[in-house]
Design a protein around this ligand. Structure first.
Ligand SMILES: [Zn+2]
Ligand SMILES: [Zn+2]
Length: 445
């Protein structure tokens, strides 16, 4: 290494050092102490409320009672409450003197899924889905834990106003599972009709992490998601006379296989991406060659340019496979990119580092984990992608009891009917980390 490089090297090291020093967040000791006392006093009530929420889950776009419960509670606490923002969204504002405006978001919807946990407070709820069919409903993504933490924090900040200064913007967002809630709330004026936040925070339950721990992933944390339908048109006929038909079953099978080489041969191996064909439907009977097949895909990537490249490749593969099977121009496959799509979540690195500092201080370093990015989608990322470019940070909340962590059986994932978060430690940890992060950021210069 020559001297020029050496000087350059030290300049970089020193720069990094001063950079991380700048990120030293000032924690709010009073708030930390009072939040601890407040949590101990109220946790039993918070668990009762959690069990109620868990037993009364609502599907995406149907979160009427959940949002009503939140609105009533927030009004009681003295927040300015606006209901029905972008569907069943609830925006609650608490002003407490001059200072930063900090947004905290919870999602409120549940999933069409049968609960299999056998817990005393397991959900037995049945609801009508979009098509009018009965479906069991379960909070299998832990949004009921999120709401519980959110309401507990609202109580604390409303009843301990001496410990902080600024404005709290608490956002209860519907329809996260359908990727629409954040879009709808933003389209409905979340950032124009209400105080514009300086930053936004959220947490998400983690089904593989022990309760009492949290996990952070700086920069890209959740993938962008596209939901795509492909309609493959053929020309039906008798199964005994395939030469007189154009068989969409064979064409769609070739498309499924053709899609497999997009990620493996066209995308940079160090740039994560997924194409999954989750459903393929066609035909009615053994001896009938059908007219049409329908494929349903989920496509995931972090970078917008990667996502665009994949979509172009899907369109290209579908078109040329169909052409090679002699499908006429006017009947080429239709690749429909539905509006169930969300961009990737990008956690602002500086804000994330500040939150990590606070979490390490209040939980101990051993309880603050570095998490890998996941290919799951989360529409929270949208709050950081408006013109205002607000820094955002979402972190993982461990929810599994130590006993279950030690068992040698695989843990059920999120969206499983067996997912059973341990409420006490999960809620306490969520409140502790989120509460102290907000407190510290309100103080931060
Ligand atoms: Zn989910
Ligand atoms: Zn979720």
């Amino acid at each position: 290494m020559n001297i020029i490089y050496l000087i350059f090297f030290f300049a970089i090291v020193l720069n990094n050092f001063s950079f991380s020093q700048n990120l030293k967040t000032i924690s709010n000791k009073n708030l930390q102490k009072n939040l601890e006392i407040f949590s101990k006093k109220n946790i039993d009530d918070w668990i009762k409320r959690y069990e109620f929420l868990h037993q009364n889950p609502e599907l995406s776009f149907q979160e009427k009672n959940t949002s009503n419960l939140i609105a009533i509670q927030m009004k009681k606490l003295g927040f300015e409450v606006t209901e029905n923002v972008g569907g069943f969204g609830v925006v609650s504002i608490l002003k407490n003197g001059k200072g930063k405006t900090i947004m905290v978001r919870t999602d409120t919807d549940a999933l069409p899924l049968l609960e299999k946990t056998n817990l005393s407070y397991a959900s037995k709820t049945i609801a009508k889905d979009d098509k009018g069919n009965d479906t069991p409903v379960m909070h299998a993504c832990g949004h009921d834990i999120h709401i519980s933490v959110f309401l507990a924090l609202a109580e604390f900040f409303a009843q301990n106003k001496n410990d902080w200064k600024g404005t709290l913007l608490m956002v209860a967002q519907p329809a996260e599972e359908r990727g629409r809630g954040a879009t709808q709330m933003l389209e409905n004026g979340l950032f124009t009709k209400f105080p514009l936040p300086d930053m936004a925070f959220a947490l998400h339950c983690n089904a593989q992490m022990q309760a009492g721990k949290v996990g952070f992933c700086s920069e890209y944390a959740f993938a962008g998601v596209d939901t795509i339908d492909i309609l493959v048109n053929g020309m039906g006929g008798h199964g005994a006379a395939p030469h007189t038909t154009i068989d969409p079953v064979v064409i769609s099978s070739q498309i499924v296989m053709g899609l497999q080489t997009i990620i493996s041969r066209e995308i940079n191996p160090i740039d994560p991406a997924v194409i999954t064909v989750g459903s393929l439907h066609c035909g009615t009977k053994h001896s009938i060659i059908t007219d049409q097949a329908k494929l349903q895909l989920t496509v995931r990537a972090y970078k917008p340019e990667t996502r665009n490249k994949i979509i172009e490749a899907i369109q290209r593969k579908a078109k040329y496979i169909a052409l090679s099977a002699n499908v006429p121009q006017e009947k080429l496959p239709e690749v429909i990119i539905t509006n169930e799509k969300i961009p990737a979540v990008y956690n602002n690195p500086e804000l994330t580092q500040k939150a990590i500092n606070v979490a390490q201080e209040v939980l101990g370093k051993e309880n603050v984990l570095k998490s890998d990015p996941v290919m799951i989608g989360e529409d929270f990322g949208l709050y950081g992608l408006t013109n205002e470019k607000i820094p955002i940070c979402i972190f993982w909340l461990g929810t599994i009891s130590p006993e279950k962590m030690q068992q040698n059986t695989p843990l059920p994932s999120l969206h499983s009917g067996n997912y059973a978060p341990e409420p006490r430690q999960s809620i306490l940890t969520g409140v502790k980390v989120m509460g102290n992060v907000i407190g510290a950021m309100m103080n931060d210069k």
